[in-house]
Design a protein around this ligand. Structure first.
Ligand code: NAP
Length: 240
């Protein structure tokens, strides 16, 4: 089977490895946001398709049998494009979506906000704010003075001089999260509802240290096609 994985996530890499090992013809598509992406089994293509028409044309000309949208829950545009293009090209679509943290055991201790502007307002009174929202959203938080911003790579525009930057690619374990929060004197943590287990340790560490947690809610995701939670579930679904 010829499979196009829309990736940029751990789930996408796991699925590429599983399908490649099983003998499928797998290509993972990356947006090209980071200069040194993690290693991925099978073929990799990099860069946007050119909206819905471009993705539709790609699916048709490449003879793709299945599209798997394994993108991040906050990568809303590419997910919407995948729905429209798969319909237009008549190619089945499967989505891997990390379960939201809305049902997390600690969820009722957190402040849930609708978007990054509301998160920035909520964080404004705090002495030291750890931002783990990805570099594309940092502009919303520029007015905050004492920020520690964690990201994989620096953004192209300079960050406020008062900010401290922590470059690193997760996942981070509970010990390192506890140490970071404690040593940096963090009083508030801002995160998106990325969900799943991989980036969860910061939430447990924050609870231990009584750090305020501000969570940006997800937008509703497109419906009307099969959705699974993990790469292994995706394989089970495909084999079934
Ligand atoms: P987005 O806003 O949904 O997409 C913007 C545009 O980027 C899309 O219209 C598409 O361009 C291109 N694009 C996005 N993902 C692509 C992919 N996997 N392959 C080819 N083109 C892609 O996306 P985003 O939020 O910037 O995320 C970009 C990538 O980073 C995704 O692969 C996502 O899984 C990963 N990521 C995102 C986040 C996050 O918080 N947003 C976190 C971790 C990883 P065209 O319209 O030209 O096709």
């Amino acid at each position: 089977m010829k499979v196009l994985i829309l990736g940029g996530t751990r789930e996408g890499r796991e699925l590429a490895a599983l399908l490649h090992r099983a003998g499928h013809d797998v290509t993972t598509s990356l947006a090209g946001r980071v200069t040194r992406p993690a290693e991925i089994a099978g073929a990799v293509r990099i860069g946007g398709f050119g909206g819905i028409p471009g993705l539709t044309a790609h699916l048709t000309t490449e003879g793709v049998d299945l599209v798997v949208d394994a993108t991040h829950p906050f990568a809303e545009r590419i997910s919407a494009n995948a729905v429209a293009a798969s319909q237009a090209a008549g190619v089945p679509l499967l989505r891997i979506e990390r379960p939201s943290w809305s049902e997390h055991r600690l969820a009722n201790r957190w402040l849930w906000v609708a978007d990054h502007d509301e998160a920035a307002r909520a964080a404004a009174g705090h002495d030291r704010v750890l931002l783990t929202v990805g570099r594309q959203s940092l502009d919303h938080y520029r007015a905050l003075p004492r920020v520690l911003a964690r990201m994989v790579e620096l953004p192209s525009t300079p960050l406020p001089p008062s900010w401290e930057v922590h470059l690193g690619r997760g996942p981070f374990d509970i010990d390192s999260e506890r140490t970071l929060l404690r040593e940096a004197g963090v009083t508030a943590l801002v995160t998106k509802d990325s969900g799943g287990r991989l980036t969860e340790p910061k939430l447990w560490a924050a609870a231990e240290l009584d750090v305020t947690v501000i969570v940006v809610r997800r937008c509703p995701t497109p419906e009307g096609f099969p959705t699974v939670a993990t790469a292994r579930e995706a394989v089970t679904f495909l084999n079934g």
